[in-house]
Structures are given as C-alpha cells and as structure tokens.
Write a protein that binds this ligand. Structure first.
Ligand code: TRP
Ligand code: ZN
Length: 851
C-alpha cells in the first residue's frame, strides 16, 4: 500500500517559505520534454526549517540555488532543501513524458495536443513546488515546440514575446500579472481551429475572446462564445464585477477528467461543454454549455482573484461559484426549471452522499485524496448554503457582502469564515448560528406538525430540527424555512420565510378563517429533509394552486412517490396494485393546462426515477420498487393516453426547447404503453431537424424496447461514428436498457471502435451511465453489475484513478439495500482493497465504505 495519510483542517499551518515569482520554461519534445522552473523563494518569519517542496512522479535532473549546485534530499514525494538563505533563486530541471501520462493530471497529451490540469494537486507532477493554494506567485512562462504540429502555444495572462528557434521550432513567452496559486497554472500547445470575438467591458476596455477547438469543429464553437459574452455582461450587471485581463481563452480538449477548469485567462474545457450545433447537440447540451462557461468565467473573481487558503476551504470558491452560475442560468432562462434541476441533484445525489460513507461537511475536516472532495456536497450543498445566506440577507445585503468580501480579500487566499464574516459585517445580520452549516455533515430533518383553531382563527406550525452524523446528534442550525399558506379556493393567504433557530419552535398565524394547505420548504429554502404528512388532497391542491412553480412540481413528486410506496406495501401484503384516481386527475390536469410553462410540465411528467425514490426511504426492496414504480407510470400513461397524443401532435409544430421537452416526454410515455405509437417514434426520428428530437425518438424506442429499436440505433451509429460526443449519447442509450442482456451488450461495446478506456467521456457514457442510472440492472440480484464495475475499477485504478474513484459511488452507497446485495457489494470492495497498487483515490473510499 502507498502512503495514504489523511490531512486535517485543524493542522493547518501557514507556509514556512513562500514563492513570489516563478519562471517556467517548457521545451515540449515528446518523451524528452524538459521543464526548467526558476522560483524566487523567501523564508517567511524567523526560523531554521528546511524548504520542503512536494512533487509526484518527478524525474529530477538538477537543483541549483542562485546558480550553484544545492544540497537536497529527494524522498517520499518531497524535495528537502537545506539553506540558510532568506531570499534566493531556486532552479529545478525535470524531464517528462506527457504521452505516458494517462491520469490526465499534470502535463499530458490529449489527442495530439499538450495540455495541463493542475487543480487540485497536479502542479506537483510538473515540478517540485509549494503546491498549495496559499502560495501566490507571479508566473512567467516560456513554451517551445515544433511549429507545424503545435502552431498554438498558450499559457496564462498576456503574450509578450514570440519567435522562431532552430529546426522548425518556435517559442512564445507569456506573463500573468496576477499572482496566483499553482492550481491555476495552465499550458496548452496544439493545432486548433480558432473562433475569435471580443467583449467591451463597461469601463470601455476591449477584451479579446478566443475559443480553440479541434480542427474541423469551428462551426460548433459559437454557442460557447456567445455564452462567454453573456457571462461577462451578467457578472457586470448582477455582481458588479468586470474582467481584468485583455484576453480570455477557452480551449476544448477531448481528454479531460471533469467538466472544465478555470485557469487564469486560459480555461481548459471538456469538449462536451464547448462543442454544439443543433444537428449534434441537444437543448440540454446547450444549457450545460452555457452554465459551465458561466461557471468557469465567474471563477475569475470567486476563485482566482480571491482564492482558498487550503483545500478544506474548497466550497469557498465552488459553492459560491455554483450559486453564481445557477443564478446566471436562472436570470437568462426559466428560474423554476433551473431550481428544479438543482433540487434534484441535492435530493438524488447529495442526500445519498451525506447518508453514505463519504459523508462530509461542505468544509471537510479530513482528506486523504483531495480529488475525492470535488463532490456534490462541496459544490451543490455548498451552493445551497450560499443561497440560504442570500435568502436570509436579501439580494441587496448579499451584494453588499460580496463588495465587502472583495474589498477585504482581493488578491488573498482566504477561508469560508472570511466569507461569512464579510456577509455579516456588510449586512449587520447575525450569522453566528448559521456558521454551523460549514462544519455539520449529514442532512438535517425538519419535522412539521400543524393545527388549526377555528375559534381563535389561528393556525400553528410546530417545527423541529435535528441532524445526525455518524450516529451522533449534530449541531443546531439556522434554517430559513419558506412557507406559503393556501386557502380552500387556492388563494395565497400567507407567504414568508420563517427563521428556524431552535430545536423546536411554534409559529402562529392569526386571522386564518379555515384550515389552510401549507406549502412547506418552498423552493427548497434549505438543504434539509422535510417530514410532514401530506395527504393526497393537500398535494393535489398544491399542484394546482401553489404560487411557486417549484412547489407545484414538488407536490407532484409527492403524489407520485406516495402512490409508488403504497403499491410497494400492497405487494408485500400480497395485495393487488392500484392507483388513486385523484393522482391521475392531477396529472391529467397538468397535461391539459395551457397556461403552465411547458418546460415545467416536462419536469413533472419526468416522474421520480428509481434512484430518487430510493432516496426517500431507509431500506428498499428493489424488486417491489421496480414493480410498483413501473406500474404507476404505466397506469398514468394509459389513463392519459388521449391527452398525451393530442398534446404531442400539437407540440410538433412548435420550435423551442420547452415545447420539445414536453413533446418528447409525451413520446416516451406513449411508447411505454403500446407499440401502436411506434410509428410516431419512427416518424419523429426520420423527420427530426435537430439532435434533441432524434435522440428523444431513439430514447423512446430504447426505453419501450420497440421493434424499430435496433434499426434506429444502427442508423444513428452509422451516422455519428466519427463524432465522439454523439457516440457518447448512443453508448448511454445502450447502457440504459432495462433488459437482462444489457451487461453483455456493454461488455461487447467496450470493444467498439469508438470506445476507449483512456477517454473519461467514453467510460462515463457507457459504464458510468450504467452504474449510476440503470438502477434495476446494475443492482441485479446476482451481483453481476457489482462484479463488472469492480473489474472496470481495477483497470481504471492504474489508468485514471480520479475517474475510477468517481465511478465507485453506487458501490459504496449500499446501506439501503437488502443484506444479500450489501454482502455482494462489500465482497467487491474487499476485492479492491486487496489490490497491491490501490490508488489513494480508491483507497479512501473503499476504506470508509468497509469501516
Ligand atoms: N475547478 C473546476 C471547476 O469547478 C473543477 C475541476 C476541473 C477539477 N478539473 C479538475 C477538480 C480536476 C479536480 C480535478 O469547474
Ligand atoms: Zn468550479
């Protein structure tokens, strides 16, 4: 076993040395690539400690101090240098082979282009360094490479010099005037198509905008460019933040572990979040691009100008930046639909993480592999915590808090506490109790009971809060709890955010004429589980009358879920299944409602997935759940058949994302009910003018296992064989099939000409999709899904540990399943644990799961 030492937040110590400048010289030459790093190092304070730099897989050629050979030791991923100088120049020469680097961290090759990924701790794979975010240096970078193969040589900041060297080689020099931590360093060298445009900031500065894409993809770069321009304008208007360099570059690469990376002035993106045209990308892809382009751009202030003191503070930049990108999407598109999607991530993924072995507070206290903490907790729950502050303070005070934050901390590496302090000082609102959200793991439960007193015309809500983490009682929290009261006619009679700050609190509403229907935790005003026993009539009332569209969706989820769980009970009591006509009528009402946003209807008709339903309970009988869920969907689709067909036909003529979403969910539902509608599917596939519609037809064919399925899948495959991002959609459809053969299909597809284990997008679309989204088949009782995932993880453990560790999630979240399945999952984890070369990434998760 490698050294898998946990680091703790409580052990944080400021660095003993700092580095004010670093000059990097990259001589890119395949497996003879050299990097010369010249750093200006300063001792911090008075001490006699050695300078300790960190590095991983470094092939060190020489070490000089002020030009002379230095005394050093190299061991355990550290370079220890003894010196009594307080201020000196350190020169390190390293030799690299980027082509052999399959981990996609540090300097690697993506499809013939050199590129880097340094967050979180990848810079240490380039050179020994003080690779920690509280060391901020000014970077100057020289890059030299073959001119024909690598016409573009890019790094952070401004291009200050370029020229030719010997034998067909050229070089450039870049200077980034803003001091930055090493994780924001980037270099790209390759041949690309370039889309150029500009943005004039509100103070009149002209910024050059560049989007670099693989040759032949220029026509797919436009949406990313427009999204960037919209992001820049939005950040000025909503957050009063202006861009600070004269150039902003985005490079799209095929081989990338995550979505994108906010390197200063030189974002590196997964092609998935750049390339789009209507023929090859869905409406959902377009939305994803806009939101990720926004996210990375917004990091320029929340992440780059003000960065994290240490990696435990990751949510300082990520929670805040996710909040900002969510607001961006909501201001530009449908606020309700964006909110629904964010709530789904919280309830389906984050709650599961927080109930499993990887549960951690948004500010983790102990970390073995930092890459394992780029989680839905740090990102999405982190964004919910920021959103709660926004709810408590209001937009005006929140923006004053942001202003204060930048006035105090621009150019610094700071903590989550610093952020909350700024919000508190600027608003004058006490956030004392609120701070516990940063240190408390687990999902709080808010239990509500209510009563009505007709004589006093009083309605009372009694609200209790509790949170458990690892079996222990957690801290008291400040929970903004948004409530609307509706009268019997559906009129809103009260709408406010209650401040829940005690273990138990009663809120009294006066002047209430009759028992109201409460809409509770509106818009998911806090990341908690709500425990209140709604009856069917209340939920129906809310789906019709709640002021908030999100609350209407929530109520529909409640209706559907109750119907499923009642049928699960019926099954275990050996009774026949049944669906309450009131649920059918509510759904019919939504389908027929001409006034409701079509995108919202589509969200409602998507119905909770099996994974979402499992999240609602402590233990699950998967076979009963499957039978009950599929029964309820079929009953609803059959009962609303005429309405679905009618709406489908009328929506065909509408050409916008919301109408397409509604139309396509109708098609999927119809294709479940009867092969009678197969013709609609094939017609739509043939007539489709865009990827949204053709993919939806294909999805209907696959999920309904229609007889046209194979022919359509083949047609699609032939058409898109040389477009990897579209083949990813095809791989996911293959992996989505709820049939016993699906695992064999997946196994054979790993040999498909478009598939490669080296490319994370391919691995995620085929195998990642199967394990995360094909709940019934992945959890097949014989354990074959678990065994297969384990085989794949063993392979990826060496190839790309970061991607391996992200895919293990469904295997460690086993606590809700029956003992036989749990046993089988644990056996797989033991198999992983026994690997002689288990990566830190997998080790951390396997250990926790087996503890
Ligand atoms: N900071 C990036 C973001 O929020 C995330 C990221 C990109 C990342 N690449 C990574 C995190 C590699 C860890 C490792 O968008
Ligand atoms: Zn981010």
């Amino acid at each position: 076993m490698t050294q898998a030492q946990a680091k703790h937040l409580k052990d944080y110590q400021a660095p003993a040395y700092t580095i004010s400048h670093i000059d990097l010289n990259f001589d890119l030459k395949g497996n003879e690539t050299t990097v010369v790093a010249t750093s200006k190092v300063q001792r911090v304070g008075q001490h006699t400690e050695n300078l300790i730099l960190v590095g991983e897989q470094i092939n060190l050629q020489s070490v000089l101090i002020n030009g002379d050979k230095a005394q050093y030791q190299e061991a355990n991923n550290e370079l220890v240098i003894q010196t009594n100088l307080d201020d000196f120049e350190l020169t390190l020469v390293t030799l690299q082979d980027p082509e052999a680097n399959s981990s996609l961290e540090g300097l690697y090759m993506s499809d013939g282009a050199y590129c880097t990924q340094c967050e979180a701790e990848g810079f240490r794979r380039i050179t020994y360094f003080l690779d920690r975010p509280d060391v901020l240096a000014i970077y100057t970078v020289r890059v030299e490479a073959d001119k024909t193969a690598f016409p573009f040589l890019l790094s952070n900041g401004n291009l200050v010099e370029k020229g030719e060297t010997t034998a067909g080689r050229h070089y450039v020099r870049w200077e980034d005037p803003f001091p930055k931590p090493s994780y924001l360093f980037a270099l790209v060298a390759g041949d690309f198509d370039l889309l150029e445009d500009k943005f004039v900031t509100r103070s009149g500065r002209e910024v050059k905008l560049q989007v670099f894409v693989d040759k032949g993809n220029l026509h797919k770069a436009n949406h990313a460019m427009v999204s960037l321009q919209k992001s820049m304008a939005w950040d000025e208007n909503r957050f009063d933040l202006e861009y600070d360099l004269d150039i902003y570059m985005i490079v799209a690469v095929d081989f990338f572990n995550m979505g994108a990376m906010e390197n200063k002035g030189l974002n590196v993106f997964n092609t998935k979040y750049v390339l789009a045209d209507t023929a090859s990308a869905t409406d959902e892809d377009y939305h994803g691009i806009e939101s990720v382009v926004g996210h990375e751009y917004f990091h320029n202030w929340t992440g780059n100008r003000v960065t994290c003191r240490d990696w435990f503070q990751l949510s300082l930049k990520e929670g805040l930046t996710v909040f900002r990108d969510q607001e961006f999407s909501s201001d530009l598109g449908s606020r309700a639909v964006n909110r629904i999607q964010a709530i789904r991530v919280m309830k389906n993924q984050q709650f599961a993480e927080d109930a499993g072995p990887m549960s951690h507070p948004i500010r983790p206290e102990s970390v073995i592999e930092m890459n394992n903490f780029y989680t839905v907790t740090v990102y999405n729950k982190g964004a919910e915590v920021i959103r709660m502050m926004h709810t408590i303070l209001g937009e005006k005070n929140f923006q004053l808090g942001m202003k204060c934050y930048f006035e105090r901390h621009d150019g610094q590496a700071v903590t989550c506490d610093d952020f909350v302090n700024a919000m508190e000082s600027a608003s004058g609102i006490d956030l004392g109790l609120f701070r516990n959200w940063y240190s408390q793991a687990g999902t709080p439960v808010v239990s509500v009971t209510d009563s009505f007193d007709a004589d006093k015309k009083q309605y009372q809500l009694t609200v209790k809060q509790s949170v458990q983490s690892q079996g222990e009682k957690g801290k008291l929290l400040h929970i903004p709890f948004s409530v609307e009261l509706l009268d019997a006619e559906g009129q809103s009679i009260n709408n406010q955010v209650l401040a829940v700050k005690q273990t138990e609190q009663t809120f009294t509403f006066d002047g209430i004429e009759s028992m109201p229907v409460p809409s509770l935790l509106q818009d998911f005003s806090a990341p908690v589980r709500l425990d209140y026993e709604f009856n069917v009539d209340q939920l129906v009332h809310l789906t019709r009358f709640a002021t908030s569209e999100v609350a209407r969706w929530e109520a529909s989820v409640g209706l559907f879920s109750q119907a499923v769980w009642q049928n699960v009970e019926s099954l275990s009591a050996k009774e026949s299944m049944h669906l309450d006509p009131r649920v059918i009528e509510a759904v019919r009402g939504v389908i027929l409602d001409e006034n409701i946003d079509k995108a919202l209807v589509a969200e409602i008709l998507a119905f909770p997935t099996a994974a979402a339903l499992i999240e609602q309970v402590d233990t699950v009988n998967l076979d009963a759940l499957q039978a009950a869920r599929e029964f309820v969907v079929d009953e609803l689709a059959e009962a609303c058949l005429d309405e679905l067909v009618t709406r489908y036909r009328s929506l065909i003529t509408e050409d916008n994302p919301a109408a397409r979403a509604f139309k396509n969910i109708c098609l999927v539902l119809l294709s479940r009910v009867s092969s009678e509608y197969e013709q609609l599917v094939t017609e739509q596939y043939k007539a489709a003018a865009n990827m949204t519609d053709s993919l939806a037809a294909l999805k209907a064919a696959v999920s309904g296992q229609l007889s046209c399925k194979d022919a359509l899948m083949q047609d699609f495959e032939q058409k898109w064989l040389s477009t990897p991002l579209v083949m990813d959609k095809w791989f996911s459809l293959q992996a989505s099939q709820n049939t016993p053969e699906v695992l064999e299909v997946i196994k054979s597809l790993t040999k498909h000409e478009s598939f490669s284990f080296n490319n994370p997008n391919r691995v995620r679309s085929l195998i990642g999709f199967f394990v995360a989204a094909n709940t019934y088949q992945f959890h097949e009782a014989n354990g074959s899904g678990y065994e297969y995932l384990t085989d794949i993880l063993i392979k990826l453990n060496e190839l790309n540990p970061q991607t391996a560790a992200r895919m293990i999630t469904p295997l460690i979240q086993f606590s809700k399943f029956d003992l036989e399945r749990q046993q089988k999952m644990k056996q797989c984890l033991l198999r992983l644990k026994g690997l002689p070369n288990l990566s830190k990434d997998l080790f951390e998760k396997v250990e926790k799961a087996l503890a």
